[in-house]
Design a protein around this ligand. Structure first.
Ligand SMILES: [Mg+2]
Ligand SMILES: [Zn+2]
Length: 238
């Protein structure tokens, strides 16, 4: 049996707003949140608390049955081109991992509709609590000194340790610190301006239709060559 060579890239992909069209937790709070979740949201936006404290509190304010949760999740959509993008990455032997500060159960459930619930996932853990209709959040991918639920910078740092280059695909504030630690970014929305201001090599995308076109150019090295920061001395030496 012949082994295909690895491409030398690992892909880390955000979920809410990147793979999914809507933010899952926001949509659940709108529908099932008991009073108090808005205050937590304001505290988080003002930087008074981190996302882990914010979401742990918000999830404890969700009032919904398992059936209501599943029914709601079945109404949420993903980017139509994401399954094709995963197939392309897999065909190119490029590992892809979902790294999310959202809810593991919701992500698996939504991706399961597309046969993609086997994608490796780092996210917060949603579990039923007692009494019934109550829920609790734990954060198995938190890191010391970081206020996020899932510390994406730690995940990104770990991914690059393996000796491969790392691509991040994301859209928002939860992706900022990971963007600083990867080799290239496909950026949506607020992440575009962050990458531009920080001098991170990136291409702006509107969705996975763009990512499908860009991935072959990332894997053959041409994208990185075009967007690498100007380092004339190194360019001559190589
Ligand atoms: Mg996002
Ligand atoms: Zn962190």
């Amino acid at each position: 049996m012949e082994l295909h060579p690895v491409t030398g890239w690992t892909i880390l992909c955000d979920f809410d707003g990147t793979i999914s069209v809507e933010d899952v937790i926001d949509s659940l709070l709108d529908r099932f949140g008991r009073p108090g979740w808005e205050t937590l949201e304001q505290d988080w936006r003002a930087g008074r608390i981190g996302s882990r404290e914010c979401m742990t509190g918000q999830v404890s304010l969700l009032d919904m049955t398992q059936e209501e949760l599943d029914k709601h999740l079945s109404s949420l959509w993903i980017d139509h081109h994401f399954p094709e993008f995963v197939a392309m990455a897999r065909a190119a032997n490029t590992p892809i991992r979902v790294v999310s500060d959202g809810l593991d159960y919701a992500i698996r459930r939504i991706l399961g509709r597309y046969g993609l619930d086997d994608l490796p996932l780092a996210a917060n853990h949603l579990a039923p609590a007692t009494p019934p209709q109550k829920w609790q959040l734990t954060s198995p991918f938190q890191a010391e000194g970081c206020r996020s639920g899932t510390c994406k910078c730690a995940v990104a740092a770990q991914a690059s340790k393996g000796g491969t280059k790392t691509l991040l695909i994301g859209d928002g504030a939860s992706d900022f610190c990971a963007a600083d630690r990867v080799d290239f970014v496909f950026a949506k929305h607020r992440l575009i301006e962050h990458c531009r201001a920080a001098g991170i090599p990136y291409v702006p995308i509107t969705g996975f239709e763009d990512a499908l076109e860009l991935l072959p150019r990332l894997l053959d090295g041409s994208l990185l060559a075009e967007h690498a920061p100007a380092t004339p001395a190194l360019a001559v030496a190589s």
